[in-house]
Design a protein. Structure first.
Lengths: 324, 273, 196
């Protein structure tokens, strides 16, 4: 053991210097090898190398302000105005601004990873803007339910605009599939809190629509996006309901929300139109399930006692004479 | 003519005959002993490569030359240190303006020639070390084009200075007064007689022929007195990262070249015909 | 009632979490190429091919990594191995006939006092047009010492980089040359070696 061990150690030591030398070449080098301005003459001034700065800080803050503002508007539209058209307008704005202009980054879904790493790695630096992006929709959810999902999330808006003929997914299947997002959340956190070299930000890597927002992307990302878009035409917002890890967090917060989408009991007709109108399976026994409701306001649009139809009915009753 | 490597002197290490960090200059005295400047020392070797003596210099040694009197001139930063034959410091010529970085020293008549890399020129000094005139600045760029940071030249028997001008890919001939007498060499990649890359040749020495060394890829070549190509003496033996390879011509066609990365001196002999 | 309590607890917990994280928040950290590790600029190997993984891995359309020439370190040589393809045939004026950059992103312009007769009697300034450069690294490899002076390095440009959580180039780089450093340090020029 002795001789062979020592021979091996010597051989290893002889192999090492090759790599070390390659990085530690030291030969004395004159200080001013490059010609200086006075040497070149003729009034020449050395141009400074450009140092393009990242996006200005106030613009990043503006994004957070717009996020908060959009959620406030979403909550107002769905809870007060109760108008689907205005909500679609907000969704289009979010898709264009947060999606195509900001290219979907920084988003609250991905920020889960940043927050998870920041909590576990003391050397990790998390910007204030990302902290705000993570917490604001959760605060909104505690008070108003999933206002973020309604007209603010760019991924959600992307799926909203392609809903064509949504089928009602059987409740049991919906429940089971809904568990996938919890598993995805756990997986994303586990892979994000690994040591820096092995850290894997899977939410970013498998973001379905960021490839479209950037107008370029790896084949697998574009493929996943395409699948979700095509599926989204016939199944309401599959990513939001079954895969979105942030949706899992919003789900928890919405359960104890102060207010939420309410199909008002005193105007109940028991017609069930809202139930059929909701593509996301969020209406049970004529009541909105807050934790699943994605704030799309379709139930209001279909309700005979809401919005335009209610006003028209009201007028009809008033004109027609005494109400029964 | 083909050459063969006959000897390797020095090396990288901490032994007395080895070099720690740098090997920057070579010179021969009348007795045929090889002087090597490197680190902040001068080492003297006998023809078989054995270390005979060594002594410290005041500043890191950048170049070396031995006069016919046996005095050793060592070029350093902002000064030339002159040692007597007993290796004691005899004089120091300080001149921050004219001798910014002395990377080559030669002799022509009663004058001492010093290659100043900071000024990109060759200074002709009198016996007191004062600059009499400057050679090589009479052109549009105000000096020799030396992105590699060293001035290198050799003086032939008639006192003509052969200086390397690497930015122009040629070796230029100057008179002692600074007049450009001629030049040879051109940029070429495929032709081995040409100088490739951005700035070659890096160093020049005069002996039986004109010996030049290049960088990237490192080569040692020889030309005739009027610039006709004599052949590549050696190429593969130098570390590929070496640049500014000091070169020295010895007696009977012998050539010395120092590898500044591996820190050893290679001796080449022409093969017996 | 119960819900109210839970909600208040949740709000407090979230606010506490946000405060704790805000307390830890540092300045901005960005991805940058470490020139001492990048194959194209690090010293040592002299005969390797230029690595262009920066070009192909970046998620942005035209890679956020571009070659930058630090002018104060540039030799301003007449025949620049990064501008010219020095292995190409020499034309009648004695200059190489082909340029190296496949996208023609480097411009060469004489500076200072100019000698109209002899082109080699001039200094030249080489600038890389960042709109054309895609970070392929060929010029960087040729400028590397000992062939050049190492003034061109690959740098991440922050007006193009989207600051991914895990830079796709950092995953692809064989030498782990992409690292996350504070912004002021990332804006400094690339150093291919440590100065003595």
């Amino acid at each position: 053991m002795g001789v062979r061990f020592h021979l091996a150690a010597v051989a290893l030591l002889l192999l090492l210097p090759g790599e070390v030398l390659a990085q530690a070449i030291q030969y004395t080098r004159p200080v001013e090898t490059a010609p200086q301005e006075r040497t070149i003459g003729g009034g020449y001034k050395t141009p400074a190398a450009q140092k393009p700065l990242p996006r200005q800080y106030w613009l990043q803050v503006l994004d957070v302000v717009l996020l908060a503002g959009a959620m406030a508007v979403s909550a107002w539209i769905v809870l007060k105005k109760r108008n689907r058209r205005w909500l679609m307008g907000l969704a289009i704005f979010s898709l264009v601004y947060f999606g195509f202009y900001r290219e979907g980054c920084v988003c609250p879904i991905g920020s889960i990873q940043n927050v998870a790493v920041a909590l576990t790695d003391p050397k990790y630096s998390i910007p204030l803007v990302v902290i705000a992006t993570f917490f604001l929709p959760l605060f909104a959810a505690l008070f108003f339910g999933r206002a973020f999902c309604g007209g603010v999330c760019a991924l959600g808006a992307m799926q909203e605009v392609v809903v064509l003929k949504p089928v009602q997914v059987p409740r049991r299947l919906d429940r089971v599939l809904g568990l996938v997002k919890y598993a995805y959340l756990a997986l994303a956190i586990v892979l994000a809190i690994r040591p820096a070299i092995a850290r894997d930000f899977v939410i970013c890597r498998f973001d379905p629509f960021v490839g479209f927002f950037r107008k370029t992307g790896e084949p697998h990302m574009l493929l996943i996006g395409g699948v979700f878009l095509v599926a989204g035409m016939f199944i309401g917002r599959p990513y939001c309901r079954w895969f979105c890890p942030y949706g899992a967090l919003l789900n928890w917060c919405s359960r104890i929300a102060r207010r939420g989408v309410s199909i008002t009991p005193h105007r109940e007709l028991d017609c069930g139109l809202c139930n059929e109108a909701c593509p996301y399976g969020a209406i049970e026994k004529m009541r909105a399930i807050r934790k699943d409701c994605l704030y799309c306001a379709r139930c209001y649009a279909s309700c005979p006692n809401e919005g335009e139809r209610a006003k028209a009915k009201q007028e009809l009753v008033t004109i027609g004479g005494s109400a029964r | 003519m083909k050459y063969q490597q006959s000897l390797v002197i020095g090396g990288k290490g901490s032994e007395p005959h080895q070099f720690a960090q740098s090997l920057t200059g070579l010179a021969l005295d009348r007795r045929g002993l090889l002087h090597a400047a490197g680190d902040a020392e001068i080492k003297v070797y006998d023809p078989s490569g054995r270390l005979m003596s060594k002594w410290r210099t005041e500043r890191p040694a950048l170049s070396i030359a031995v006069a016919s009197t046996g005095h050793v001139y060592c070029g350093e930063e902002e000064q030339i240190e002159i040692f007597d034959p007993a290796a004691k410091t005899a004089r120091v010529w300080k001149d921050p303006k004219m001798l910014g970085r002395v990377t080559a020293i030669g002799f022509a008549g009663n004058y001492v020639l010093a290659g100043d890399a900071a000024g990109r020129a060759i200074r002709r000094l009198d016996s007191a070390g004062r600059t009499v005139n400057t050679i090589g600045t009479d052109n549009n760029v105000g000096g020799l084009l030396i992105p590699n940071g060293t001035v290198s030249f050799g003086v032939d028997g008639e006192g003509v200075i052969h200086a390397a001008n690497p930015g122009k890919h040629r070796v230029e001939r100057y008179s002692g007064e600074g007049e450009l007498l001629g030049h040879f060499g051109r940029f070429h990649f495929q032709d081995p007689a040409g100088f490739t890359g951005c700035c070659n040749p890096t160093s020049v020495a005069i002996g039986d022929g004109i010996y030049v060394t290049e960088k990237a890829p490192p080569r040692l070549k020889v030309y005739g007195k009027d610039g006709q190509f004599g052949g590549v003496i050696a190429a593969e033996c130098f570390d590929p990262n070496s640049k500014n390879i000091p070169v020295l011509a010895g007696a009977r066609g012998r050539v010395y070249a120092a590898d500044p990365v591996k820190l050893h001196i290679l001796v080449f002999e022409p093969e017996a015909v | 009632m119960n819900q109210n309590v839970t909600r208040r607890a949740a709000v407090a917990a979230l606010a506490g979490g946000a405060g704790f994280l805000a307390h830890k928040a540092h300045g901005q950290v960005v991805w940058q190429v470490n020139a001492s590790k990048c194959i194209n600029s690090r010293l040592g190997e002299t005969t390797v091919e230029a690595c262009n993984l920066c070009t192909s891995s970046c998620v942005v359309g035209l890679s956020a990594v571009r070659a930058v020439n630090e002018h104060s370190k540039c030799g301003r040589c007449n025949i620049c191995p990064a501008y010219f393809n020095i292995t190409s045939a020499v034309d009648e004026k004695g200059m190489p006939s082909e340029k190296l950059c496949p996208r023609d992103a480097i411009t060469r312009k004489p500076i200072g006092k100019q000698d109209p007769e002899d082109p080699s009697n001039n200094f030249y300034e080489y600038t890389i047009d960042e709109e054309k450069c895609d970070g392929c690294g060929r010029c960087v490899m040729k400028c590397k010492e000992p062939l050049g002076l190492g003034s061109i390095t690959l740098r991440v440009r922050y007006d193009k980089c989207v600051l991914c959580n895990r830079c796709a180039i950092s995953t692809a780089c064989p030498k782990d040359a992409l690292e996350q450093i504070p912004l002021p340090a990332a804006l400094e020029p690339g150093l291919a070696r440590r100065t003595e």
